[in-house]
Each structure stands twice: as C-alpha cells, then as structure tokens.
Ligand binder design. Structure first.
Ligand SMILES: [Zn+2]
Length: 186
C-alpha cells in the first residue's frame, strides 16, 4: 500500500480491512495495522532533472501540464521502474526539449524537495551537463509549453526567479541552478 504525498493516509488496512492504528517511526506518526503487523509508509515521488548550461545561459522549460502549468522548471520528471536517476534525467531532457545527453555525462548537482500549489510534493535530484556534452536542437516536447536557454540577466529580471523572497523555479532549487551556471558556464 502506497500513497502520494499530499493525499490522506489510509484509515483501514488494505490487507485485512480493519481500521488502522498509528505507531511512532523515528518520530513520525505512521499508520499501522497490529493484526497484520503492517506499517504503511508514505511514498515519496522522486523526479530526476537535467540542467544544461551554455555559457551564461541555462535551459528551462515552461510546464505544459499537471501542477503549476506555465511555471519555469529545469527539464525533468518521475523516475520509471528499473531506471537509474541519471538515465531518467536524460530521458526527460529528451522528451521535453529534444536534446540528448549520455547519462554518464550528467553530474550530480544537488537534491531537495518542492511543494506544489495543489498540495502534492516531490523530492528532486538535479543533474547538470555543459551544452558541449549535449547534442541536438531545442524543440519543446508534449509536456513542455516552451523550452529555451535563459541568460542570468533574464533570470534576475523574471518575477519567478529574480525576487529572493519568491524564488521557486518549479521543481528546482534556484541556488543550485545559479551555482551550476557559475561552475559550468563556459
Ligand atoms: Zn491488517
């Protein structure tokens, strides 16, 4: 039994149908069925994201569907069963921008958690690659309303990314992004 962050925890046991109790798991109140000795952990959705840095610019998409349509984000999405995190980031990069990168060329940039306006949340793992390690031409995919490179000046001027009080940038830690631009900019 799993459920997504932001949804209600189970009130009955999916195995025996009895009502569930609660138990303390490392300080977290967690649904528990004493009869089945079953604990129902909250599943955390994980998205793998690929940041591409080109000179003083970084590749961003506008979300085309789901929570927060129109919000800026780095290309990325949920990890599929059997997939490694870098492979998921590379696949999502291709699906959303048409660019291709070898998962082995992606470097870990950082991790974090993002909360969406609909109450859901996800963990994210950010990878980064320089444009020189990426092939193809940017062309937004079905999940993206737009995809293009943004300069640091454009980011600073954009209401979503320029104001330190409201920096969200979708599912990306903006500080990680700006750090990657400094480190990987050519
Ligand atoms: Zn039970």
């Amino acid at each position: 039994m799993t459920y997504v962050v932001g949804t209600e925890p189970p009130t009955y046991c999916p195995y025996c149908g009895d009502g569930v109790d609660e138990r303390d798991v490392d300080g977290v109140v967690t649904p528990y069925c004493p009869g089945c000795d079953a604990t129902f952990f909250e599943e955390q959705l994980v998205s793998a994201r690929a940041t591409v840095v080109d000179g003083d610019s970084v590749l961003l998409i506008e979300r085309g569907r789901g929570a927060d349509v129109g919000v800026l984000a780095t290309p990325g999405g949920f990890v599929e069963p059997g997939e490694t995190l870098p492979a998921a980031a590379a696949r999502e990069l291709h699906e959303e921008t048409s660019l291709r990168v070898d998962p082995d060329d992606l470097e870990l940039m950082g991790t974090g958690r993002i909360a969406f306006s609909d109450g859901n949340a996800q963990l994210f793992v950010n990878f980064v690659a320089p444009r020189s390690a990426v092939t193809g031409t940017v062309d937004p995919g079905d999940d993206a309303a737009d995809a293009r490179f943004w300069t640091r000046i454009e980011l600073d001027a954009h209401p979503e990314t320029g104001d330190p009080e409201t920096r969200t940038l979708g599912a990306t830690g903006l500080e990680q992004l700006l750090g990657a631009m400094e480190e990987y900019g050519e």
